[in-house]
Write a protein that binds this ligand. Structure first.
Ligand code: ADP
Ligand code: MG
Length: 364
């Protein structure tokens, strides 16, 4: 007689379930009313750090602290006497202990099964370490984003009055005659300028922005960046060499923001080459990426400073903001496959290397 589909499935149910229990990520620990362990699956071995041989057939107390074990026995006893489930069916979060003594956050739920009139209690334990770490990271990122928003708003509020102060100081400077007064007004203008620079970098760093994506012409961009700085190059005795390979001329990205990136790098190079030298800007194609190198002959960066280069407000300059490279990193990494790195040997100059995705030249 052919067996019914249900009977057919039922016949396999036991072995399917025991395999499932064996292979799941949740620890399954089953005990009887005397606290003797019957089931200790592979995940339980991994999570708690005990092998089956150490646990199965023994008292559950071997994997618990004495106090925990006492409470647990109490709960089992209470259930056996009253048959009223208190914890059974609920999921609770606990701090569990591994064999190594380390504790970890876990979620635990209990079920009870009667076999031949005897109750068996199964605890299903999930290790929440990774979930918790992830949740903490997300919460930290959200806090940072909220903080960034506030900083950007404050920067915005400071910007307008600052512009007014700077403008008025400039006007007064033009009409005032006393040399002491002029000197003081000059200082006000200079400091206001510096603060304006700081405020605009802070806004650049903290304001969340949509990126545009276009074909950006590097040759044109470096021309626009370096032309206004020509006087400064000349007076510092800096020779500029720009070589953009034709096949590396176009990259994908946000033109204005990339200009900000390279302007910051060129300014840093300029500020590093106090004794003149050659500033080499080059771009070459590397498969579907373009590698742009800004190589200066300045004083270089020490190993110690290198680690802190991209952290906000790290500066070695008396009037620096320490935000330039943070902005560079943020913008470059917001580009597809974008990266920035630095090579520098103390005293031998510095090379900043920016990698961006190549773009075909736009058709005319
Ligand atoms: P800032 O220029 O305002 O100091 P940045 O974030 O642009 O801030 O740079 C941080 C620090 O990194 C600088 O103060 C300097 O010590 C170092 N640095 C950056 N670029 C160079 C470079 N080309 N050569 C030497 N040091 C550099
Ligand atoms: Mg800078």
């Amino acid at each position: 007689m052919p067996s019914s589909p249900i009977a057919d499935c039922k016949s396999k149910e036991f072995s399917i379930l025991s395999h499932a229990v064996e292979n799941t990520n949740e620890a399954f620990v089953t005990i009887d009313r005397f606290h003797k362990v019957y089931v200790f699956n592979r995940a339980a071995e991994k999570i708690f750090g005990y092998s089956r041989e150490e646990v199965i057939g023994r008292d559950l107390g071997v994997i618990m602290s004495p106090e925990c074990s006492r409470n647990h026995r109490g709960a089992v006893k209470r259930y056996v006497e009253t048959r009223v489930p208190r914890r059974i069916g609920h999921e609770t979060e606990i701090t569990a202990t591994r064999k190594s003594g380390d504790t970890f956050p876990a979620s635990i739920s209990f079920s009870v099964t009667e076999v031949d009139g005897e109750p068996y209690f199964t605890a299903i334990v999930r290790d929440l370490t990774e979930t918790k770490t992830l949740q903490e990271k997300i919460a930290a990122a959200e806090r940072l984003a909220a903080l960034g928003q506030v900083v950007a708003e404050i920067a915005h509020e400071i910007k307008n009055p600052l512009m007014i102060i700077g403008g008025l100081a400039g006007q007064l400077l033009r009409v005032s005659e006393g040399s002491k007064t002029r000197e003081k007004l000059g200082i006000i203008s200079e400091e206001v300028n510096r603060l304006e620079g700081l405020i605009s970098e802070i806004r650049e760093y903290y304001t969340p922005r949509q990126m545009s994506n276009a074909a950006v012409d590097l040759a044109d961009m470096f021309r626009r960046i370096t032309e206004p700085l020509e006087d400064r190059f000349n007076s510092a005795g800096i020779l500029l060499e720009v070589s953009i390979a034709e096949e590396a001329r176009w990259v994908q990205g946000d033109r204005e923001r990339l200009k900000q990136v390279f302007l910051n790098l060129v300014k840093n190079a300029l500020e590093a080459m106090r004794n003149g030298g050659t500033l080499k800007i080059s771009a070459r194609a590397d498969e579907d990426m373009v590698e742009i190198r800004i190589a200066d002959e300045g004083g270089g960066i020490s190993e110690k400073d290198k680690e802190r280069l991209f952290t906000p407000f790290f500066t070695t300059k008396t009037k620096g903001t320490g935000l330039g490279l943070c902005v560079v990193k943020r913008i470059v990494e917001e580009h597809r496959n974008g990266s920035v790195s630095v090579e520098s040997e103390g005293g031998k100059g510095t090379v900043f290397i920016v990698r961006l995705t190549h773009s075909p030249a736009p058709s005319e």
